[in-house]
Design a protein around this ligand. Structure first.
Ligand code: UT7
Length: 312
């Protein structure tokens, strides 16, 4: 869906959206598609690319915020069944836009502890189903998508290629980006709950300020504790929320914005799917070679934020 198409039903313009966010398009799932429907084909491809069969997967982790069902069952179980991972446990990781960063570190911890050998990690989001399509403050920003990876042990003696992670949260900002009704805090009351309360709501300015700081602070901290300089990182791969957030962070770090891989122009903000979507595109386009160091940076509702330092 292009920015132009949005102007047909909401008071906005291509010029405003692109100049304030760097977004030109977003992809929208079909009416009958849920989060698991996007994750399953991505998961199949990831398992195949890892040279494995689904039966060899020990754990399925799905990062998603509008899941297939509210609360139960987990979307991960639907994905586990959909790919035939008959020997795997399955659970959702709920950290919204930081979900992939959290799930990758969870996978690393399971593999390192020896509790699982091969872990499928998927980020999948169908935000189009929880949008207030008349709220121009939010509906222009998000899109649907999914991406997946498999985390497996390195050969004996080889160092981990997920080198380090930082996971952080600040729940005092919980209401800055939320879906107010439908859970146990504000239950859905038929005929009384306004539709807008079932949709995503955001204090954009507040989240913007938090996001710039989160990107800068997590990058500096993860580099410092691993004794790496900014120059040693091939690409910074941020959550693709808004180009201006990344431009502001790049300026504070004193590096050109092209050190960050950005593709929000095509996909908009796909929350937990944005980092695996970017990694897939970078890999397909030959932008990253084995051994290249990447920093993946997430930030979003919770508030949550964090980073993974990986060697591709
Ligand atoms: O993934 C989770 C993380 N989420 C984010 O990272 C989002 C963080 N926040 C942002 O990216 C930005 O704050 C936004 C893109 C949401 C908003 O950009 P902004 O430059 O902070 O705009 P603003 O909220 O200060 O609004 C400026 C003006 C307002 O008009 P008035 O009150 O000055 O007359 C808005 O009503 O722009 C207006 N506006 C729009 N105009 C046309 C807001 N949305 C739109 C729109 N089209 N879609």
């Amino acid at each position: 869906m292009s920015n132009q198409e949005l102007t047909e039903f909401v008071d906005t313009s291509d010029e405003w959206i692109y100049s304030h966010t760097g977004i030109s398009y977003r992809h929208i799932a079909a009416e009958d598609e849920a989060a698991s429907d996007l994750a399953i084909p991505a998961a199949h491809k990831a398992v195949e690319a890892a040279g494995l069969t689904a039966k060899e997967i020990d754990l399925v982790l799905v990062a998603t915020s509008p899941p297939d069902y509210v609360g139960l069952p987990s979307t991960a179980c639907v994905v586990q069944d959909g790919i035939g991972a008959v020997n795997a446990g399955a659970m959702d990781v709920m950290a919204v836009c930081t979900g992939f960063v959290y799930a990758l570190e969870t996978a690393r911890a399971f593999v390192r502890a020896g509790s699982a050998r091969h872990v499928l990690v998927a980020g999948t989001e169908v935000y189009s189903k929880i949008m207030n399509w008349s709220d121009r403050n939010t509906c222009v920003l998000f899109g649907d998508g999914a991406g997946a990876v498999v985390v497996s042990p390195t050969a004996p003696g080889e160092p981990s290629r997920i080198i380090d992670s930082i996971l952080r949260s600040d729940g005092s900002g919980a209401t800055s980006l939320m879906r107010p009704c439908g859970g146990t805090r504000n239950v859905y009351v038929p005929g009384q709950t306004p539709d807008s309360e079932l949709a995503l709501q955001m204090d954009g300015r507040k989240v913007y300020i938090f996001a710039v700081r989160a990107v800068v602070d997590t990058i500096l901290e993860i580099l410092d504790r691993n004794k790496l300089s900014l120059d040693e990182i091939r690409y910074f791969v941020p959550h693709q929320a808004n180009r201006r957030i990344i431009e502001a962070a790049a300026k504070r770090l004193g590096i050109p914005v092209d050190r960050f891989y950005l593709n929000m122009q095509e996909y908009a903000n796909t929350s937990a799917a944005s980092i695996p979507l970017a990694l897939n595109e970078m890999n397909a386009n030959g932008l990253i070679q084995r051994g290249d160091k990447l920093v993946l940076i997430g930030f979003g509702a919770g508030l949550t934020y964090g980073a993974n330092l990986v060697s591709w």
